[in-house]
Design a protein around this ligand. Structure first.
Ligand SMILES: [Zn+2]
Length: 220
């Protein structure tokens, strides 16, 4: 099994790809992983020798197909653990990310296959993120749009939220901004990029920081 730090490195490049970024900058990775640029450069060289990333100095980092396979394994473990903790232990969706960050490194493929079957093979985790199957295939997902790019007057369904800030997740839960909730964009304010929305029949102003963590599916 590859080391924790390598797993986190590959996972974060994949997550940038999920967000539509073809490559990930070394400085971004240094920031999320809380290490120096020199450490990122060292790790990049090692992972390139292992055939897990394409390393081109001063260019963005891209996973090889082998690197992508490894990243998907980490995400599978992370997302299945989050689902397990919510469904089985009844934990709040704001509590499970931190736990999954540790558990994702410690669990065997066999254990995850058993948890997957126990949960009846879920396609999405409690935050709406897709869960890769044991062969690394992602489930079919609808096209999603970030809330701050949604159109005024349109009606949407909340499909996914970014799970890394547990304070925001907690707030979303309290405000009824949960997976599956219907949301209508009433107005957008250019001066501070806040958005006025209708959620469960209630008007609410969402800050830019909050709206950037929510992904929507357009309802027809
Ligand atoms: Zn998570």
């Amino acid at each position: 099994m590859i080391t924790f730090s390598k797993q986190d490195f590959l996972k974060n490049i994949y997550k940038q790809k999920e967000k539509g970024n073809d490559s990930t900058s070394a400085s971004y990775l240094a920031d999320v992983l809380n290490v120096s640029n020199a450490a990122i450069s060292d790790m990049s060289k090692k992972l390139s020798i292992d055939g897990l990333i394409h390393y081109r100095p001063y260019k963005g980092l891209v996973l090889t197909s082998q690197g992508e396979k490894e990243a998907l394994k980490v995400l599978r473990r992370h997302r299945l653990w989050e689902m397990f903790l919510v469904k089985t232990l009844g934990m709040d969706w704001s509590e499970v990310h931190e736990e999954a960050e540790n558990l994702e490194h410690l669990s065997s493929d066999q254990l995850m296959d058993k948890i997957d079957a126990f949960l009846d093979f879920p396609d999405f985790d409690p935050h709406g993120s897709p869960i890769p199957d044991r062969d690394g295939n992602m489930p079919d997902s609808p096209v999603l749009i970030l809330l701050n790019k949604a159109k005024t007057g349109e009606e949407y369904k909340i499909a996914r939220v970014m799970d890394s800030d547990n304070k925001i997740i907690k707030y979303l839960g309290k405000a009824g901004l949960v997976i599956g909730a219907r949301i209508k964009i009433i107005d957008k304010f250019d001066f501070d990029n806040s958005i006025n929305v209708l959620i469960n029949g209630k008007e609410m102003i969402l800050s830019e920081k909050v709206s950037k963590t929510i992904y929507l599916e357009l309802l027809n």
